[in-house]
Design a protein around this ligand. Sequence first.
Ligand code: ARG
Length: 581
Amino acid sequence: MVVPRVQAAIATAFGDEFRGTDPVIRPSQFADIQINAALALARKVGLPPRDAAARIVDALDLDGVCSLVEISGPGFINLTFDGTWIEELLNAPTAQAAGGDGHGPLHRVVVDYSSPNVAKEMHVGHLRTTVVGDSLVRVMEALGHTVIRQNHIGDWGTPFGMLIEHWLEVGEDSPEAALLVDDPSAFYQAARAKFDASTEEPDGFATRARLRVVALQGGDPETFAVWERLVAQSKRYFNAIYAMLGISLTDDHIAGESSYDAHLAQLCQELEERGIARISEGALCTFPAGFTGREGDPLPLIIRKSDGGYGYGTTDLATIRYRVRELQADRVLYVVGAPQNVHLRMVMATARDAGWLPDTVEATHVQIGNVLGEDGKILKSRAGNPVKLMALLQEAVDRARAVIDANRPELSDEERAVTARQVGIGAVKYADLSTGHDTEYVFDFDRMLALSGNTGPYVQYAAARIRSILRKAGALEQHEAAAGTAPAATIAVVEPAERALALHLLEYDATLRKVAELLEPHRLCAYLFELAQLFTSFYDQCPVLKAEDSVRESRLALCGLVLRRLSAGLDLLGIETPENM
Ligand code: ARG
């Protein structure tokens, strides 16, 4: 809450060029928070650190906010907040973080995420781009930004010849065709096997598959219609996964590779005519500045292969141009696996050269780190095939079910089933979200389902526990009212544990804004984890149900506020809050 004020004070004291300084803020034994900004600044402005701190304090406008401001140690600034100020903010209707309220401009953001491939299993990498992307769009929408989801599915290219031929051969209503929904890899592999076995036959499957590609790309209506049905079948698989995961993507958000096909020839021609692309070894390429191969030679982005075909780079150039020109984005995010970083940066650089990506538009690759198996390699099944995502998710739910069956036998079968799904899926998603999105992590059911540590179940449990406390007090409905309303009773902040909890509650909006700015959902996980921990200390130290009169009312209201924050925060992560756990 004080960061903008500290930044303003720094600007007043040392000039506007220092406004962007990010003050490090941490809890302190001697005050509510300690600000460490003067030390780094002192070096830059050539003042002793304590003097730099004094200049900041002089310029700090903390009227009515702090009861005590002190300079300590080598130049830290210790702030103790005014109790009344804390209580006023806490008891105000929680103005749900809405951008445009003096917190910087609202954006029109295009987010490319999930983006699996037709007739292929979604792998754990797709799971993660899906989960992280969905959380980012939820947070940005909550902050008031306009978000346009784009699911760039791989639905085009040479394999579709063989896929269509196979689909026609087995029959669209056959069990083999149904594999596209239940086990897409098996479908793909069957088509591939037929292709590989027939490459020598003049009129064999492989030949027909090649002719089929030509027909598809040449716009043959019959072939196109078959292709559409095949893609529709694959969408059923994606949608089943999205439904299981509670992902906000629908068919309306699909803008696959095929949707750009009609524009690629013109796009290449334009780049060639303007001298941005040139022919190299038969292929049309761009050589954006700053990208070099091992020998220091300029690295090409191939946009038209020597056989005349277009590739992944071409369609991605088209995506940028479309998102800026047609969708009018001023922020374009690609939530895509880290290994595609060079590809995406080359595409962005070429788009900048072509003027399709003006400086006023931010384009960012939100890099998603690999998900590894226990052997430290990309997660695979025992047989070395991609892991079946649906089975993986089901296993998470089954494991959660075993725990809830053992712990809460008194709940109905239906209640336990609901909780198991919420906890199992929540655990998997939280594991994806709580690690920095660009770092790799090892997929480990035991760790993600643990009830202690920075896990989904830990945070969910804190919320479920508060529900049970409020239920015991007969006050659940009263306190669970929608976010955006004031607490159901006035909260008094008295005990240290109440104060720590209250101060953390007040950091929620700032946390969301950081998540959207830095595109880091793990900050929201860390926030919720700390909130759950602070609640536990509060509940250990401050009796709630046994307290009397206004103290009881106040503490119940504090519990209610924490519950609302936990479930609102989990919701922005795409995770449900169980009624019982
Ligand atoms: N379908 C691609 C894959 O599975 C991801 C596409 C990401 N989006 C993009 N615009 N390149 O790797």
